[in-house]
Structures are given as C-alpha cells and as structure tokens.
Write a protein that binds this ligand. Structure first.
Ligand code: PLP
Length: 432
C-alpha cells in the first residue's frame, strides 16, 4: 500500500463517523457530472442536504403548513408548534439561555446587518471605534464599515500576518484610537479555515466596554457552539451551511441587548399596538421578525440540526480535521501548489491554495471536468486577498460526507492541471 492510500485508510479508521455510510443520506451523490461521480469539495459555500431534511420539509408542507402565530384553528397551532419547535432546537444547538434570544432571519448576512443597523446606528458616534478583522467575510465587514461611516465612528480592522493569523498585538494601538464599542470576528475563516481566538477577543472587547459580534457561518456547521462559553454578545449563522434549506438564518443576541435595541424591519407581527400616532413593539424575539417568517425553512433547519446532533458535532469536527490534515499532506506533494493559512491543528476543513502560473478559474474548470467541485474566487474576502497579495484563490472545503477518495481525486486533478499548463503548453480545453 502506498503512503497516500495508507494515510487515507488512517483517516477512515480513526473517524468516529462513517462518511461512506452517511453519503447514502445525500441524494446529490447519486448523480454524475461530466460522466463522473461528484466530488463535492465546496461545502463552505453551502452544504448538501440529506434525505432527513428533504423529507421533513416535504412532510411539513404536506401535513402542517399554514402561517404561524395568527390562526386559532388546529392546523395553525400545529404549524406554529413546529416552527417554534425549530427555535427550541436552535437554542439547544448553541446553548442559548432562552428562545427569546433566537431571532430567525433570512441568512447570516441579514443577522449581521440587523446588529450593525439596529444596535450600531443608535450606539455609535464620533470618537467610537468599530473593530473588525482583515479576514472577515464581507458580511461582517461591509456592514460595520458602512455603519461606522454613517455614525462617524472609526473603522479599524485587526491586521493578519502572511499566513492569515490575527495580529493581536495590534489591539493596544487600536484601543488608543478612541472608545472601542464593538468587535466583530468570524469563528472560522471561510477563506483560510483559520479557527480564530474569539473567546480571547470577547474578553478584550468586554475590558474595553465593547460588545462582541461573532460570525459563526463557518463555525456552526463544524464545531459545537456554546454562546455562553464563547462569552460573546451576538452570534450569527445560516441554515444552508448546516445542511438545512436556504432562506433562513439565525441571530442569537443577549436578551438585555435585544430588549434595548430598536427594530430592524417594521411591519406585521413585530408590533404590540399600532395607532395613527404611535407604535409599540412585540416581545422578543418577534420584535425582530417582521412579516411572514421563513416557516418551512426554519422547520427544515431544525431537522438539519437534529441530523447533525445525532451524528455528533465532535465527531464531525474530528472527521474534518483528519481530512484537512490528509489534504495538506497530499497537496504538499503536488508541484506548484501553494497552500494559504495556518497548519492543520489551527484550521477547520477548509483549504485555500494556488497553483503556480494557473489562474484559479482555470484550475476549477479543469477539476470540474474531472467531476471535482471546488470554489475559485475571492471568497467574499477582498481585504484578505489584498493582504495575501492575490486576486483569488482555489478553495477546497469538506464536511461530514467528504471521503478521502475525493481528496485523492482533487490531487489527481491538480496533476492534470500541471500537465495541461505546467510546461507552457497551450491548454487542451474540454472534458477528457
Ligand atoms: C464566514 C461567513 N460569514 C458570512 C457568510 C454569509 O452567509 P450567507 O450568505 O448565508 O448569509 C458566509 C458565507 O459564505 C461566510 O462564509
């Protein structure tokens, strides 16, 4: 057995979850692309959906669907019960103190905008400092940059070094610039896979009298989240990255902060009383859920969280970690491949890389012809790309259904990229 096969076998033997078996839950893997089985190495962009989620959504629409919190008839009660049941599932998933603190939004992006607008517009002003990081996704960067501009607060991203690690020794200088009011950071970087020191940043934020906003869009799919242990004040994630439907996300916030904030959207359901002169707001979390919420989507997200919880978040994290270590080892043997980001022990199952002399889009195109799906682009992290001195990278990302053979196919595909482009020969275009 060669070294690669032995390493792949070690990944399988060491795993607490059986990814080969779990794949049978995901109908997408029954299809072929360019005549080849799908090696889906783009789970950071969105996760595939197991039958359990598809069935739950179908069952909800077939048996229990109507609008929630409105009707007095039995069907309406059942729909509301399943919708609110999903809220309780989310609460337990992130260990929040109460379902009052769980706001359903359209996405992680909307959840982060909600905090930036509803908290930021009323809480920030000249002399205040808004701290983000150079490796934020645009969703946790642009809202803070723009709200800082509108309130005339300073916007100061924490710099990263050449391998994408946060430079925490910059914090002292940032604190000297004014009153630090908010620190925004992702738990796991979507571009590099770095696991960020969020607990440490939350402690620093609180020493400054600031709030800590955690973007867990990449953290929630991959590791156990405990909002109380993280010590943050707000946390956001999206259903579609945890194997749930698109169109629903979660904002968790400390009840005392949510209570003090103005609503983000106005309309039905978020009100207590409306007169021509004045309007008062509904209780938490409904004050932040104007209009018909994403009902079927939330039910689907609840089913997805049940699915992940049954497998075990620790087992998922371990599996991805083993895959990342395996991929790093195998990629090291491919000529011209340069990997960005931290060593295996400091990263989740996300690997960004480039291939010398080949544009990432060409790499992704050739891999696609091999049935290997990866992402090529700036990953909504243009400030990070600028810091790394590249316009784009290739990114392979893994999840509970990823198997080492898919990484082998990635590596084989990269050798093909090299033979196509490596010696300066014109590329042979088209699926082979
Ligand atoms: C770290 C991070 N934050 C935020 C988002 C935004 O998530 P959504 O597009 O679901 O709102 C993403 C999506 O890729 C992400 O990776």
């Amino acid at each position: 057995m060669d070294k690669a096969a032995a390493a792949a076998e070690a990944v399988i033997a060491g795993a607490r979850l059986d990814a080969h078996k779990l794949r049978a839950d995901f109908p997408i893997f029954e299809q072929r692309f360019h005549g080849k089985p799908l090696a889906y190495l783009d789970s950071a962009v969105t996760a595939q959906k197991p039958r359990q989620v598809l069935d739950a959504v179908r069952d909800f629409y077939a048996t229990s669907y109507t609008n929630v919190h409105r009707g007095v008839y039995l069907l309406a009660e059942q729909a509301t019960e399943r919708f609110e049941g999903a809220r309780e599932t989310v609460r337990a998933f992130i260990n929040a103190a109460s379902t009052r603190e769980i706001v359903f939004t359209r996405s992680a992006t909307e959840a982060l905008n909600l905090v930036a607008y509803a908290w930021g517009l009323d809480s920030l002003g000249p002399g205040d400092v808004v701290v983000a990081t150079e490796l934020e996704h645009h969703s946790n960067f642009v809202p803070w940059q723009q709200i800082a501009k509108r309130t005339r607060a300073k916007f100061r991203p924490i710099p990263v070094d050449g391998s994408g690690e946060l430079q925490l020794d910059a914090l002292d200088a940032i604190a000297k610039e004014g009153r630090v009011k908010v620190v925004a950071n992702n738990l796991v970087s979507n571009a590099l896979g770095t696991i960020n020191p969020v607990e440490q940043l939350a402690a620093w934020a609180h020493e400054q009298g600031a709030i800590m906003v955690v973007d867990a869009a990449q953290g929630a799919p991959h590791r156990r989240i405990d909002v109380q242990a993280l010590g943050c004040d707000f946390l956001a994630f999206s259903s579609h990255k945890v194997c749930g439907p698109t169109g629903v996300g979660v904002l968790w916030g400390r009840a005392e902060l949510l209570e003090r904030m103005s609503p983000f959207n106005f309309g039905g359901e978020m009100i207590r009383k409306v007169t021509v002169e004045e309007t008062s707001w509904n209780e938490l979390p409904y004050k932040f859920e104007a209009g018909t919420p994403p009902i079927g989507e939330a039910v689907g997200m609840g089913a997805a969280i049940d699915y992940l919880t049954e497998i075990g978040m620790e087992a998922i994290e371990e599996h991805e970690h083993a895959l990342a270590a395996y991929a790093l080892e195998r990629l090291a043997d491919v000529p011209g491949v340069h990997v960005f980001g931290p060593p295996a022990e400091r990263r989740a199952g996300i690997i960004s890389f480039d291939v010398k002399g080949v544009h990432p889009h060409d790499v992704a195109q050739i891999l696609d012809w091999e049935g290997v799906a990866i992402r090529a682009g700036h990953h909504c992290c243009q400030p990070l790309m600028a810091r790394l001195g590249v316009a784009a990278t290739n990114r392979a990302s893994f999840y509970l259904y990823t198997i080492p053979e898919e990484i082998d196919r990635l590596v084989e595909g990269l050798h093909k990229v090299n033979t196509t482009f490596g010696n300066g020969a014109s590329p042979t275009l088209g699926p082979q």
